[in-house]
Write a protein that binds this ligand. Structure first.
Ligand SMILES: [Zn+2]
Length: 111
């Protein structure tokens, strides 16, 4: 079974874009166009996002603390922090588009 198959009706109703937009376990998710079941990216995707966010946050703090002492980094500190924030938001969605399985949403109103 492909990662783009709905775990409820087994139809291949998702594509990389809609899967990326389905969010993670604590998201509202997206309805399967075939059976209407609300789906999100599962535990693996959620754990990946948590770890990745933590790494990005640690790097942002590190840049903030170390930039004044590093000659090449100091003038571009703002841009580097902005880039890290963008990476923190974009990269997990790209990973969700191509990895991890869909699971039924657990949030209220999921059925
Ligand atoms: Zn379905």
């Amino acid at each position: 079974m492909s990662i783009y198959n709905c775990p409820n009706c087994k139809n291949k109703t998702f594509n990389p874009l809609t899967k990326a937009l389905a969010g993670q376990l604590n998201s509202i998710g997206r309805n399967c166009p075939h059976c209407g079941k609300r789906l999100v990216n599962g535990k693996g995707a959620t754990i990946f996002n948590a770890i990745f966010s933590l790494i990005c946050f640690a790097l942002i703090v590190l840049v903030y603390l170390k930039a004044p002492k590093i000659q090449w980094l100091s003038p571009i500190e703002g841009q580097v922090v902005l880039a890290l924030i963008a990476i923190k938001i974009i990269v997990p969605r790209i990973v969700w588009a191509f990895f991890f399985r869909l699971e039924p949403a657990i949030k209220m109103g999921s059925r």
